[in-house]
Design a protein around this ligand. Sequence first.
Ligand SMILES: Nc1ncnc2c1ncn2[C@@H]1O[C@H](COP(=O)(O)OP(=O)(O)OP(=O)(O)O)[C@@H](O)[C@H]1O
Ligand SMILES: [Zn+2]
Length: 902
Amino acid sequence: MPGPAVEAAARGGGGDHGHVHDHDHDGGGGKGAADWEKTYLDVLGICCTAEVALVERLLAPIDGVRAITVVVPSRTVIVEHDAAAVSQFHIVKVLNKAGLEASVRAYGSGGAGAGGRWPSPFIVACGALLLASLFAPLLPPLRWLAVAAACVGAQPMLLRAFAAAGKLTLDINILMLIAVAGAVALGSYTEAGAIVFLFTVAEWLETLAYTKASAGMLSLMSAVPKTVVLAETGQVVGLRDVAVGAVVAVRAGEVVPVDGVVVGGQSEVDESSLTGESMPVPKHPHSEVWAGTMNLDGYIAVRTTALAENSTVAKMERLVEEAQNSRSKTQRLIDSCAKYYTPAVVVLGAGVVLVPLLLGARDLKHWFRLSLVLLVSACPCALVLSTPVATFCALLREARMGLLIKGGSVLESLGEIRIAAFDKTGTITRGEFSISAFSVVGDKVELSQLLYWVSSIESKSSHPMAAALVEYSQSKCIQPKPENVTEFCIYHGEGIYGAIEGKDIYIGNERVLARSSCQHQTDDAGLNNKEGVSTTGHVICDGDLVGVFSLSDDCRTGAAEAIRQLRSMGIKSVLLTGDSAAAAKRAQEQLGGVLEELHAGLLPEDKVRLVGDLKARAGPTLMVGDGMNDAPALAAADVGVSMGLSGSAAAVETSHAALMSGDVLRVPAAVRLGRRARRTIAANVAASVGAKAGVLALSLAWRPVLWVAVLADVGTCLLVVLHSMLLLRVRDHPQQGRACGSKPGRPCCATAKAKSPAARCQSAGAPKKIAAVRVHQAGRLAGGEKAKDCHCCPKQGGKAPEGSVVIAIPAAKDAAGGCCGGGVGKASCDAASNNYPTTSTPAAGEDEVCVVISARSPCCSKARSRSGSPKDAAGAAGCKDGAMCCSGGGGRDGGMSSALVC
Ligand SMILES: Nc1ncnc2c1ncn2[C@@H]1O[C@H](COP(=O)(O)OP(=O)(O)OP(=O)(O)O)[C@@H](O)[C@H]1O
Ligand SMILES: [Zn+2]
């Protein structure tokens, strides 16, 4: 039996997947041979995976059909076909001839079917006849009514059974019909009627449940209008014909048809279909808007930034579709078991009759009955559905929360996460920088000249800092002229380079200073001491430092709470940032010290390596990031979550899940749901296997009862579906989640409260020492090429990426009592026991300063014994009692968790 959702490339191979149209019939035709169209069909006759093969065998031979996708959980068949060669109605007709009850889904209408709401006349008649037949003890001929009930109710089953038999597929309908025939042959008419009635009623109830689930699916993909109004001319054109850069008009109450930027008017837009966020978002010129969101009030003119088929909502739709088709590990395992289960049980059923028959057993009726029970139990329906339905519901729930998960296996991994790594800029923080200072160094250039250069070059960068710098210049009445920039280049983790008016200009952090071979000793102490500074930037013109600036960025609302929630679930959080140690530190302060580790100054490849280390050290790793520099790390993590709408396209592309809003609290919620889905699947599997085992045990221990077997089969099917649907009702955030996160005006709730002992500890001693960290780092990197040769504490075996700053976080005083996990050596352990940051002097001949800013969790002896090097052992031994452990338990690569600054 094939999987519950199988994509069958039927014809013409897998050509261009990028160009897929929705199923509008009028807009599509006559554009040449390759006008592929996608038709969505509700097919009520799909009971379980058995019908997948049937649907494929029916549709694949049709000319003009390119691909068939069967989504069992939502009973949807998606057919990609050439509209000119084969119409939707022909496809529907073929399916209906096989009794599959197919209908074309109208765009925006509720899913699985118009016919689902009330039981079909067949079911009603079957029930009525069966009820009447129960009076047979009073009037014996009434018992024939039960046979009539079976005949009437079995009509739809018969059609499907014939179609399946014709295609040489053994499906549930055939099995049930054999059981009915057997019951009649045995003279148990009531039982025959009961089998049919139970089966059809259960099927109907299942359909009802599915309808509900897939209706949610469709409301998620809110209907994007097919036509748009061009703002300038008022002309109405087809959505597909809208070019990038066209300006379209969106009136109040209309759905935004394309992704774009507002160029006129203002309004509030409901983005809940994309982000799951119910608060309307105000839009004014320069705001971004997305297709599929609802313009609530006011008129806006939108300049499109993407073709309709590349809009975010179209991508979402494709993602959700693909997610339904990708099978998880558990699902694959179950499917391959199911493949052997049915034939095995059918053979067993035959054997149970044949062997006693050949041996001349007396009680043949008993064996025949047992054989029928086995046949009925041969459908692994509930087991096969146990995973996909739960996955479908969980994915749907996540999507409604604004998190698009690319498949069941990702969901499965999400439930296993042990450690979470967060990017800083744009993930933990808003990525909305404000410039706190911008000054000229030396007298080579004027401020206005400098701002003009910087803003012109930054206009070409998509880094969050760039937008702030451009805006700052504009606020000083200086207009950037990106067209004057003749050369442009991005150095990841460093900054940018641009040539303008014959000048070579570098903008970025200390690394860029080194790159530009600027000999200037950085002297930005004045900037550093300012309250709230996070990042310092440099402008180098033709090898001379000509400007410095500082920017700050606030934490996202709920970031601290999200990390705290993760911690309460046993998941540690670490920070991986390309930004400076000072900025990392500031974020940590704002968060109230909730992060276990900070890693700063990382290049994209360092992030990948650290994610690999986390995986080896702690197990399944979650990575949340937004930038281009996060993309490789997102791919490397077990689950990479990108910040969808605000994040870079590369991050969204390589991640396993995309968060459509800036609400980081969705991350712990998603993990919770992932865990819940795992439990649901486990319970489903247990119930479906248990039911079959129970029927078998009952048959052997007492006597085989057919209707009990049928009830167990269809009953567990129904149970599995209903149980899975509970996932749809999981609440977004637990109560505590919202409590402080939603208070406006506070960047991070933890900062405001500053209740945690860690935070108190920090405010006592940390900031001063932290400044020392930064100075050391800056000093080192400003040294030009030396930065390249310097390894951070080589004793660590190079675990800490070159040039990075690793800081273990101040611990709560009451958490003392651990040990030093290793890597940092004795000096640091001693430092650690002081509970505040300490700088140890460099050992002779070493160009490094190891800084330990204490640590968080007490580590266990197990972790200690694992650290291999004698040096580590010595370090561990030196700080047995009272000393703190380097966070992360100082496991195999405890070096990573220590604080090292060269
Ligand atoms: N366009 C730019 N203008 C000025 N400085 C830049 C620019 N791009 C990068 N930088 C400098 O390079 C540093 C590292 O950038 P990178 O994109 O790797 O990380 P980030 O976005 O700051 O942090 P995170 O990794 O947390 O997202 C920045 O902190 C900044 O100092
Ligand atoms: Zn079934």
